[in-house]
Design a protein around this ligand. Structure first.
Ligand code: FPP
Length: 247
């Protein structure tokens, strides 16, 4: 019998972290503020974290900033969230660019205002050759929608004879996702004490390590990120395999 504690741990360097930044509304409510003040504070927290990340060896960071399902919220709140993306790109783009950050926004562009689509295209074009942190911003995003979208693209290509349906595999499927070319997250962190994935990166999270942080997003910081990374480093990633059990 192999003692489970003797299993070799595969310590992988973290390359990609994904963040579900939950708890802005509760942060605001607990201070008697409107919900959008929580989102505004959430953006300040994000900005600070991006600055602190400079010394961490992370290659990819994916942020869940607006879910397609968030359109169910009152117009006042969705308008403020649209405004926040405008603010993020207008105020932070030059600093991110000078820090060699590449920006890619994933999600549907159909429902978002044209001026925001233009801002997104401008940010992506400006930073396309940057080689530092790859910042993937999920905005107007849905994991199910992404999978349906990829399926449609593959079905259309198959119907045109460009893809042999019998050859459809992980590689072909992934190359049709919004996140094509980006490796799957190693670690996903959700703040705000809820324990769910909420339609985020449904394909890509298959073997990601999941970490739930109790604090509300506006209270998140580099120390809490370090705790999550330490926790990740203590885990054994086996990807369905067994390690040292048959020796
Ligand atoms: C979920 O908290 C958070 C969001 C829907 C928005 C996240 C946005 C930011 C962190 C700011 C950065 C945004 C952009 C666009 C750059 P919640 O509102 O569900 O909080 P609750 O669970 O306490 O109600």
């Amino acid at each position: 019998m192999t003692n489970p504690s003797s299993r070799t741990k595969i310590k992988k360097e973290i390359s990609h972290i994904a963040l579900i930044m939950d708890g802005n509304g509760r942060w605001a409510r607990s201070r008697g503020l409107p919900r959008y003040e929580g989102h505004a504070q959430g953006l300040r927290t994000l900005r600070k974290l991006l600055r602190d990340l400079k010394n961490l060896n992370i290659n990819y960071l994916t942020l869940f900033t607006f879910s397609i399902d968030n359109w169910k919220r009152p117009k006042e709140e969705t308008s403020k969230l649209m405004q926040l993306l405008r603010k993020f790109i207008s105020n932070d783009l030059s600093e991110l660019h000078s820090n060699n950050v590449r920006i890619k926004v994933i999600g549907s562009r159909n429902e978002i205002p044209k001026d925001i689509v233009d801002l997104i295209k401008g940010a992506e074009a400006l930073t396309v050759n940057n080689t530092g942190l790859y910042l993937q911003v999920a905005f107007n995003y849905s994991g199910r929608q992404e999978i349906i979208n990829a399926t449609k693209k593959i079905a259309i290509a198959s119907a045109k004879g460009e893809i042999d349906p019998n050859k459809i595999d992980n590689t072909i499927f992934e190359s049709n996702l919004y996140s094509a070319g980006v490796p799957d997250p190693d670690l996903i962190i959700r703040t705000g004490s809820e324990k769910r994935v909420s339609n985020f990166l449904l394909w890509q999270l298959s073997y990601s390590e999941v970490y739930f942080e109790e604090c509300l997003w506006p209270d998140f910081n580099k120390n809490k990120l370090d705790l999550a990374i330490n926790d990740y480093n203590s885990r054994s990633r086996r990807f369905g395999n067994v390690i040292n059990e048959y020796k």
